[in-house]
Structures are given as C-alpha cells and as structure tokens.
Design a protein around this ligand. Structure first.
Ligand SMILES: Cc1cc2nc3c(=O)[nH]c(=O)nc-3n(C[C@H](O)[C@H](O)[C@H](O)COP(=O)(O)OP(=O)(O)OC[C@H]3O[C@@H](n4cnc5c(N)ncnc54)[C@H](O)[C@@H]3O)c2cc1C
Length: 313
C-alpha cells in the first residue's frame, strides 16, 4: 500500500466506528440505497431469508457457510434481546432446513456494550440452543477495549459447550499470551484473523511482514496443540505457507479449514477447495453494513474503485 492508501485505510477504519455517521446513513434513504449497491457484492442480503437462500446456493457447490446477522455495539437491552431472538431463529432454521452452516456473532450485538452479565446470559441461551444440534457458534473479535471481556466470557462458557468457538486477532500484541490461556482453559474452534479494527497506539502490529510472521506462528501453535482452527485470511501467500505447516504437522482435514468472506477473492477459496482443503464461505446479512463496507474497503483501498463502478452500474 502507498502512504496515501494507508492513510485512507486508517481513516475508513475510524469512520467505521463513528456511530453518528452510521445513524445518519440508516436515516437517509437516498444515501442508504446508493451505498447498498456497493455493499451488495459483500453481503448475503438485507434479511435472513435472502442470506439463507444464498447459503443454500453455496452449499450446492459443496461449500459450507458461516452465517452472521451483522451488527455490533447495541446500547439498548430490549434490542440486545431482539438480536438474540434473531440468532435463535437463525440457528433453528439452519437446523430444520439442513443448511451446512455455522453461526457467527459479535458479543456487543447481544449486550456486551451494555453489561457483561447480559452478554453472558444471551450467549448462554444461544449456546444451549445450538448444542443439541451440534451447530457451531463462533464469537467474533471486536475492538481491543472489548478483548478482555470477550475472552473471559468464552473461557467461562467453553468448558460446558464444545461447539462454541472464538476469533482471535493476530495483530494484537497481547494475542500470543491470550492464546496460552485459551489453550489451557477452553475447547472449541479458534478462528485466526489478522484484525480489522483501528486500535489505540501501541496495541497492534501494522500490516506487513512482522504481522504475517506472527499470524503463521499463532496458526502453528494451534496446529501443534491439535486445536481445531479456521485460517480466516484472503492472503494467498499466507494460505500457501499454512499448507506447508499443515503438511509438516500432518494435520487431518477435521482439524482445520480455510474461511473467507463473501465477495472477496472467491477464486482463492474455490482453488483451495479444488485442492482438497476444507473451506467455508462467510456470509453476513442485515441492514447494519456500514462498518462492514468501510472495513472491506479499508483492507484493500482499490475496492473503492469497485464501489464506484457498482454504484453507477
Ligand atoms: C471469516 C473471517 C472472519 C473474520 N472475523 C473477524 C473478526 O471477528 N474480527 C476482526 O477484527 N476481523 C475479522 N475478519 C477480518 C480480518 O481481521 C481482516 O481484516 C481481513 O481478513 C483482511 O485481512 P487478510 O488477512 O484477509 O488480508 P490482508 O493482509 O488485509 O491483505 C492481503 C491480501 O488479501 C487480499 N485482500 C484482503 N482483503 C481484501 C479485500 N477486502 N478485498 C479484496 N482483496 C482483499 C488482497 O489480495 C491483499 O493484498 C475476518 C475475516 C474473515 C475472512
């Protein structure tokens, strides 16, 4: 990335967390409709129905999916409960319609921004609903100010629920230490991502060789410890190096998967699948796609040109 692209990327990550910009967009139908055209390639739809039919299409290609009702930072208890209900319905539909999918979610979407106890209560009700059906539920990683709470909740919940997983961000300096604790205290899948949120100074490794090395070291720790994991990156070089690690540690297909976001480098996911690796397509849906769009463009500023093309097409 050039310096200007890096600055644009940081600005977009900051804009993504701007609550008033999000409210303005949600309350402005013309702007909403315009940007919706740009985000469509990255989302499964604006509602559960559309997302489920997209998941079924992808399942037809023999690819399992991960479904997420998009959103975070809910500050109203009633809304946090409604979101939990949405996830309960989603889990139920995945089960009854035999969709080959797991479910992913942000804890701040179901109460963490209000009260840690409320988030624990809501995630526990979801964990109970998913357990008998073995539907996996993977907790997303959020801004660094929430990392302690998210890891604490996962560590409390995990001993009772093997079907609950957690996402870890390789870019946080703290993650190798967090992983030590997680390997000791928990079970369940670990999804490894680089990290999408802007952080305060001194908390994260910028994109580049050091982060790539750290990402691979964390993945290798998971493989050595035989912990089931998701390699969640669109970075082809990292994927290739992970394949070398998988061979080195003779990791069986049941212990790993490659997971990628809808609309991004889908060619790579299909190439990995054709080469015999377990692969999963991540599908988000909902109306709160503002942060999501900002993050996808921030990761690859060239996507801004794609967005302009999509808007005028
Ligand atoms: C399944 C999944 C779940 C995730 N969950 C979380 C989460 O819970 N919390 C969190 O903080 N982050 C999450 N992320 C996002 C993640 O942290 C990264 O921001 C994102 O994956 C981009 O990093 P990268 O490793 O893919 O590639 P980067 O290092 O950003 O880029 C490497 C290369 O990948 C390609 N690429 C990357 N992004 C794009 C893009 N948007 N468009 C086109 N090409 C691209 C380009 O070729 C680029 O040169 C998730 C990602 C995935 C795949």
């Amino acid at each position: 990335m050039t310096d200007l692209q890096k600055k644009a990327s940081e600005a977009l990550k900051t804009a993504a967390l701007n609550e008033s910009a999000k409210d303005y967009l949600l309350n402005n139908p013309q702007l909403f409709a315009l940007l919706l055209k740009a985000v469509k390639r990255y989302i499964g739809g604006e509602n559960m129905e559309q997302a489920i039919s997209r998941a079924k299409e992808i399942n037809h290609e023999n690819l399992p999916t991960s479904l997420e009702f998009m959103g975070e930072s809910v500050y109203n208890t009633r809304e946090a409960r409604e979101v939990t209900e949405e996830f309960l319905t989603l889990v139920n539909r995945v089960k009854t319609e035999h969709i080959n999918s797991i479910v992913s979610l942000d804890l701040s979407h179901i109460g963490l921004a209000i009260d840690k106890g409320l988030a624990f209560e809501n995630i526990t009700s979801l964990a109970k609903a998913t357990r008998p059906n073995d539907i996996e539920l993977v907790i997303s990683a959020e801004g660094v100010e929430r990392t302690d709470d998210i890891i604490d909740i996962f560590c409390r919940l995990s001993p009772d629920f093997a079907n609950i997983g957690l996402t870890l961000q390789a870019y946080l300096y703290r993650t190798p230490k967090d992983l030590e604790r997680i390997l000791k205290e928990t079970q369940g899948k670990i999804r490894m991502v680089k990290g999408a949120f802007a952080t305060p100074e001194g908390h994260s490794i910028p994109r580049g060789k050091t982060l790539d090395r750290t990402y691979l070291q964390l993945v290798e720790t998971l493989l050595v410890n035989k912990r089931r994991c998701s390699i969640a990156t669109h970075h082809d070089r990292i994927q290739d190096e992970v394949i070398t690690l998988l061979n080195k540690h003779q990791t069986p297909p049941s212990d790993y998967e490659f997971e990628m976001l809808l609309g991004i480098r889908e060619d790579l996911l299909r190439k990995l699948y054709a080469a015999g690796h377990p692969c999963r397509q991540y599908i988000v849906y909902g109306k709160e796609w503002y942060l999501y769009l900002c993050n996808r463009i921030a990761e690859n500023p060239e996507n801004l040109f794609q967005a302009v093309v999509d808007i005028v097409a």
